[in-house]
Design a protein around this ligand. Sequence first.
Ligand code: NAD
Length: 324
Amino acid sequence: MLTTRITEFFSVERPIVQGGLMWVAKAGLVSAVSNAGGMGFMTALTFPDAESLRAEIRTCRSLTDKPFGVNLTFLPTLRPPDYSAYIDVCAEDGIRFIETAGRNPEKYLPRIKSAGIKVIHKCTSVRHALKAQRIGCDAISIDGFEAAGHPGEDDVTTLILVPLVRDAVDLPLIASGGFADGRGLVAALALGADGMNMGTRFVATREAPVHENVKQALIRHSEVDTRLIMRTLRNTERVLHSQAVDKVLEIESSGTPSIQDLIPFVSGLVGKEMLEDGDMNKGTLAAGQCVGLIRDIPTCRELLDRVMAEAEEIIKTRFGRMLS
Ligand code: NAD
């Protein structure tokens, strides 16, 4: 058993967080992570409106009595969401933790905090972590360059970012980007974090509601098989290599495209279809470099048991032996 500021912050047994995963982090996966002792986060924008999020929160409650939270990402989007309505639902339905990401959540903090909800802000630089602490966020999740999805524009790896953020802020800290196993968890703790976030690793679990082809693709691809797209728009996204990704990169290399040029390939709705039908060349799938570490499709419980056993073995036995 590992007790850290993050296990205490969330009141969970294990310092492992499942970050927001668009179209994937629904009640089934989130409750499985929470039931396995980790902290699951449901991704609000996966649901077309606030009432659908409310229904999913209630489904999740019927599947677990353990804590879980809601991820709210503020990034450019093709279908602008009603963020306030999602926040109202979280407040009304007793959500105690919201993970904000993408942009400064300051505008929404008064409503969130007045409902007694704690905010974990996921960011990609020391300056953003400092800002998050200053505006009253309760915890920081720091995303290194290895991470899936939107790792920012600074390209600083987890190995550097985590200790820098640890030195800069006093809040409970979650390390994110590159994590898939118990070795990563020990490394995150050694770097000064209080827990680790896994995203891509959770897509290759039994409970992830995606086509089997998606899970097999994560096993088949290696650490060199991710690409950075939308850099020309300053909205960089790390995704798994595919024909659609090559097409996006080709368009980007030929000038300064607009989002309109890229929509046929990057649209979230195309990505959703791909996750359902398993046609991996259709759209883009956010994936981190840790894809190279994914070799199987366990249940969330098997995965978290294994991560914890590996971490405890390293700390007790390997490190213990080194010390003596
Ligand atoms: P979407 O269909 O709205 O957009 C597709 C992609 O294009 C996204 O990466 C988006 O950021 C980008 N985009 C849209 N409009 C843009 C613009 N004007 N300029 C630059 N880039 C633009 O995306 P979606 O898949 O339906 O997701 C909805 C939102 O959630 C997006 O902002 C997306 O980035 C974000 N997201 C969240 C998670 C998460 O885990 N919470 C993961 C991936 C994406």
